[in-house]
Ligand binder design. Structure first.
Ligand SMILES: Nc1ncnc2c1ncn2[C@@H]1O[C@H](COP(=O)(O)OP(=O)(O)OP(=O)(O)O)[C@@H](O)[C@H]1O
Length: 234
């Protein structure tokens, strides 16, 4: 499929520049992100940690171009998301971003491989090519053929998270945004998922940002940034 974006983009990853986000709070506004700047290069795995309410989810939502900041820029492969029309922003998200949410949002009636093939349909990828890619990606995240034919309720929490990661990679994203990937897992399974994210970051050269509460799982990441009161510290 040809890109619907107007300019050809080289992969430069994710950049946030002076991003401020506020929410309505009664008569006032609550500042969730306060002049946040961040650059994540292709192939770099960055973790964002911080207490509840510090702004981590808001940061991911802004980076995912799902929330528009009050001020500042979000650049995906150098493209300023705020300068695009809604249609072009949707295309940017579809073509450049992979998102792994905290709660698995897999479709209950579909097998693991079908979760990826649904995307192929939406993207207009040829069915045979799409199936081969879906199977390859699922195998690469550790799901063998028999597990690829299972529905979500027949998989463990960790296996469902692997399907989520494979699905996020299907569109060859430049930027991979991951929200609390280990929250439903025990320590060992959580550590396996973080190791897997480190591997896919290198293999797929994604600029990966992972939000997590779990400080014990940070051995695999390239950089840890701390959020407190909407501000980011290295
Ligand atoms: N839709 C909203 N409307 C108003 N305030 C919000 C909204 N979403 C988040 N907030 C507030 O913005 C601040 C940052 O919230 P955010 O969800 O980004 O934090 P977080 O670090 O992800 O927290 P957690 O770890 O608990 O998920 C908090 O004070 C929160 O109460």
């Amino acid at each position: 499929m040809t890109s619907t974006l107007t300019t050809p983009l080289t992969r430069t990853g994710l950049a946030l520049r002076g991003v401020t986000l506020t929410y309505p709070d009664g008569e006032q506004r609550l500042t969730a992100l306060d002049e946040v700047s961040l650059e994540v290069a292709p192939g770099e795995f960055t973790a964002v940690v911080g207490p509840s309410g510090s702004g981590k989810s808001s940061l991911l939502a802004v980076a995912a171009t799902l929330l528009r900041p009050d001020r500042g820029q979000v650049l995906i492969d150098g493209q300023d998301a705020g300068a695009l029309s809604a249609k072009a922003r949707t295309a940017l998200r579809r073509e450049r971003l992979g998102i792994v949410f905290q709660q698995s949002n897999l479709l209950a009636s579909l097998t693991a491989v079908e979760q990826l093939l649904v995307l192929a349909d939406l993207r207009g990828t040829r069915p045979r090519q799409a199936r081969a890619r879906a199977e390859l990606l699922l195998a690469s995240v550790g799901l063998d053929e028999s597990k690829q034919r299972r529905r979500p309720h027949q998989l463990s929490g960790g296996e469902r998270q692997r399907v989520n990661i494979a699905r996020a990679l299907f569109g060859r994203p430049s930027v991979l945004l991951v929200d609390e990937p280990t929250s439903a897992l025990d320590h060992e399974r959580g550590a396996q998922i973080v190791r897997l994210l480190a591997e896919v970051t290198r293999e797929h050269s994604t600029a990966t940002v992972m939000v997590t509460h779990d400080q014990a799982l940070l051995g695999e990441v390239d950089r840890v940034l701390k959020m407190a009161d909407g501000r980011l510290r290295g």
